[in-house]
Design a binder for this molecule. Structure first.
Ligand code: PRT
Ligand code: ZN
Length: 284
């Protein structure tokens, strides 16, 4: 028995999806000109598809699971289970309007024309805001719609904001935050559920490892108490004596964000020779 996973054939999700599988120790080739490939060391068959089709394939059971953008999952509105956020391909779906134009708030969208590839999410949002506007569905290059007179506003994905900037548009409102997610068919048989749980265990270990760093530092023994209080380690830090008497080496695991927040305090407390080392997998 094999678990069938759908991932994007090419585009912004493709590399991140394959990289995550590889970080989970699963060997797959990149699917050049192939619709599907089998992993060599895990019972997984990978289908390469257009991202927009992935929720439907998973709903219908053609694939058991899939990696897709939350934006696509929400827009397609299929019956699938959301298993895990994957922390790549982060973006947001926003309404944007011409700079220095006449639309300054969501209320000003009343009666206007909005171009988007996300008609379902946009109409749900407008309904909630009690605004009537006409939605023009277009499949690409949404950002040029105001300039060519096709629409007064757009609703599109934004990540760095540079596409909006170069088209003289500005964000008015974010209607959805998105990242790649793992979705699954709602009626997986037990054996497949079991395989999915094994995959999820690996994915969570990879995610924890990416977000955490292994920290090594040297400190005089009389400063150790203060330093321990600063380090929110996995359990308690490992302390090894240095060859120089009165000094120790302290090892701990800490989230990258926490680390940057406490680095100055660690130095003030007397820590020296601080090393930050990436962790490959983290099993807790
Ligand atoms: O061929 P296929 O249908 O599979 O791919 P596609 O062309 O429909 O999708 P693709 O590969 O462009 O995007 C796949 C997924 O990546 C999206 O569904 C999102 O979940 C995610 N993602 C993350 C993005 C972006 N960031 C993103 N910036 N998708 C698109 N964009 C586009 C956006 O539409 C706009 O044109 O990039 C532009 C804005 O980027 P910035 O950086 O200039 O703000
Ligand atoms: Zn697509």
């Amino acid at each position: 028995m094999e678990l069938k996973i759908a991932i994007q054939k090419s585009g912004r999700l493709h590399d991140g999806s394959l990289q995550l599988l590889r970080e989970c120790g699963i060997k797959v080739s990149n699917g050049n000109n192939q619709l599907r490939v089998k992993a060599s060391n895990f019972p997984l068959e990978v289908f390469f598809l257009r991202d927009d089709d992935i929720p439907e394939y998973v709903q219908d059971g053609v694939a058991d699971i899939g990696f897709a953008g939350e934006n696509v999952v929400a827009e397609r509105n299929k019956t699938v289970a959301l298993e895990e956020k994957l922390e790549f391909a982060k973006c947001r779906l926003s309404i944007a309007v011409p700079k220095n134009g006449e639309i300054h708030s969501v209320k000003n969208l009343e009666g206007k024309r909005i171009a988007t590839s996300y008609p379902h999410l946009l109409s749900e949002y407008l309904k909630k805001q009690n605004i009537k506007a006409s939605i023009h569905e277009i499949s690409g290059s949404v950002e040029i719609a105001p300039k060519i007179g096709l629409a007064d506003a757009i609703c599109d994905l934004v990540s760095s904001g540079s596409t909006l900037f170069s088209n003289e548009l500005e964000e008015l409102e974010t209607i959805l935050q998105s990242e790649a997610v793992l979705i699954s068919n709602k009626n997986l048989e037990d054996e497949k559920r079991n395989l999915l749980n094994q995959l999820l265990f690996r994915i969570r270990s990879v995610k924890k490892a990416i977000n955490n760093k292994y920290v090594l530092l040297n400190a005089p023994n009389d400063k150790l108490e203060v330093i321990f209080k600063l380090l929110p380690g996995m359990r308690s830090p490992t302390v090894l004596p240095l060859a120089e008497s009165g000094w120790s080496s302290v090892h701990s695991v800490i989230s990258e964000t926490d680390f940057w927040n406490i680095i100055e305090q660690l130095k003030e407390a007397g820590a020296q020779g601080i090393l930050i080392v990436p962790i490959e997998k983290m099993i807790i």
